[in-house]
Structure formats: C-alpha cells, structure tokens
Design a protein around this ligand. Structure first.
Ligand SMILES: Nc1ncnc2c1ncn2[C@@H]1O[C@H](COP(=O)(O)OP(=O)(O)OP(=O)(O)O)[C@@H](O)[C@H]1O
Length: 265
C-alpha cells in the first residue's frame, strides 16, 4: 500500500490498557479503499474494543489510528465520527415505538434518536427516501417502529447510517436475532449495498462464518486482544486458524461461495 491516504482504516501498533488489563495489544490493520472486511473472534477477543477505538469512544494507550486519512488526536473526531456509520442491535431499544421509519432515518445526521435538533428540510426527506431505497425498504417509510420485523429494523438502521454519507459503515453483529430467512434477506441487502456506486467501506463484526458473504474480500481474526490472522478471506477461513480463534477443534468448509463451520475435526 503506497500511503496511509490509500487506506480507509490504518491502525498501527494499537494498544488499549485499563488498569492491569490489556484489552488490545499491538494491533496493526489496514483497510484499503474498495475492500470490505469481516472481523471474527470469540467472545471477549476485542472486536468491540477495536471498533470503539476506531470511533474514538475508547482512548488508546499507544499506537496510531487513522480513518479516511485523519489521525486520531490531530483532528476533530466529533466531525469525523459522522463519516463513520455504526449499526448495532443496541440502539434498537432507543427508538420510540410509534416513530415511523422515515423519521428514524432522518435522525441519522444528528445521531439523536427520537427527537429533532432542527426541522427536516424537503431535501432531507428526499435523501432519506433515497437511503431507504438503497436498502430496498422505501415501502416501510411510514410504518411505525413497533410493526417492523427485526430484519426490517436492521435495514432501516443502515438507511439511517447512510444519511451522513459515511466512508465507513460498521455492522456490529447485525444478524443477531434474525431467523435464517431474514438473515439471508438482510445479508443480500448488504451485498447489494456494497456494489452500489459510492458505497461505504463495510466492516462486518460476527461470530459466524456463514455471514461472511463473498463481498467481504478480507477477514481479520482477533484472539485475546491480538491479531491472530488477517488477509484475503479465502486464506483466513481455515480450520486451524478458526480452531485457534475459538479455542476448540472446528472444521470450516466452503460450499459455492459460502462458508460453514462445525464442531470437531
Ligand atoms: N473498560 C474496560 N476495562 C477492563 N476490561 C475491559 C474494558 N472494556 C473491555 N474490557 C475487556 O476486554 C475484553 C474484550 O472485550 P470486547 O467487548 O472488546 O470483546 P468482543 O470481542 O467484542 O466480545 P463479544 O463477542 O462478547 O462482544 C473483554 O475481556 C472485556 O472484559
């Protein structure tokens, strides 16, 4: 890679310590423009901490973090944070049950769910409809939150994140709680998004190799707060590496362009 400016994410020697606990140790990770990455790892391996460091919610103890060419500590991260979309299941509980999906999407730019900081303009409305359409859920614009399925809510959240025209979109275990059919529909929507012009760089955090669609060209595996492996997905989704990552014998198989994991050898 020629320079940090070719990277959407450039992490060098990142360490995070709290008291006696080492949460992340010597993480080096570069994401080039045009790549989409999956992050895999067991519970407690440091996935959320890495994302929190990237979004400046967790202060590093050492190392360099650059996002979209801006360096942590040298730039206004509240501004930069608006260029990073984050979709996790945690925010779902904060949406008022009687809020229509369009209003949830419109709250994206201020990231303040449930209330306005200013009256939305006609252009905001038009763009919100466009964002919903990008996730194939424009028909849900007037439907209240309480009536949306879990999969529809996740698609609406991605539409909401798109309102800030992010360069980076982090999907933190977005398939948690989805049934197999909903999960496939949701993942298909994510893959379609990745192929659209001006698509953000996607980062999918997951425990499940089944969710790593071909669009996720690269995979990073964390273990105990350190990088166990990273690189092109087909080189990384190996039984030996996944067994080490999850601390038990596992066998990974590829059928067509999808991956499966089962216990045992
Ligand atoms: N502020 C903190 N102080 C001390 N330890 C912390 C702190 N934040 C996280 N940890 C620890 O760091 C480790 C990594 O946590 P993290 O939430 O990043 O893991 P994860 O891979 O996202 O896990 P999961 O898959 O369960 O969500 C855990 O052992 C956690 O207890």
């Amino acid at each position: 890679m020629d320079s940090a400016n070719d990277c959407v994410i450039n992490v060098q020697g990142l360490g995070v310590e709290r008291g006696e606990t080492t949460i992340l140790h010597d993480v080096n990770w570069q994401v080039a423009r045009g790549e989409h990455w999956a992050i895999l790892g067991a519970n407690g391996s440091g996935k959320t901490s890495l994302l929190q460091a990237l979004t400046a919610y967790l202060t590093p103890s050492c190392g360099v973090i650059q996002v979209d060419g801006e360096t942590y500590g040298q730039t206004d991260w509240s501004q930069l944070r608006q260029r990073i979309g984050l979709v996790s299941s945690g925010i779902a509980q904060k949406v008022p049950l009687d809020e229509p999906a369009l209003k949830t999407v419109l709250s994206g730019p201020t990231a303040q769910l449930g209330y306005w900081t200013r009256e939305p303009q006609a252009t905001d409305n038009a763009f919100a409809h466009e964002c919903l359409a990008r996730m194939r859920c424009e028909h849900l614009a007037e439907r209240n939150w309480m009536y949306l399925s879990q999969g529809e809510r996740q698609r609406v959240f991605i539409a909401r994140a798109l309102m800030t025209r992010p360069v980076l979109l982090i999907l933190d275990e977005p398939c948690a709680g989805l049934d197999p059919v909903m999960r496939e529909m949701f993942l298909k929507g994510v893959a379609e998004l990745a192929q659209q012009p001006n698509a953000p760089t996607l980062i999918l955090v997951t425990h499940h190799v089944e969710e790593i669609l071909p669009v996720f060209s690269h995979t990073l595996i964390l273990r105990g707060g350190e990088t166990l492996a990273q690189g092109p997905t087909e080189n990384i989704l190996r039984s030996d590496l996944l067994s080490e990552a999850f601390g038990a014998p596992l066998t990974v198989t590829q059928t067509g362009d999808r991956w499966e994991l089962r216990a045992g050898r």
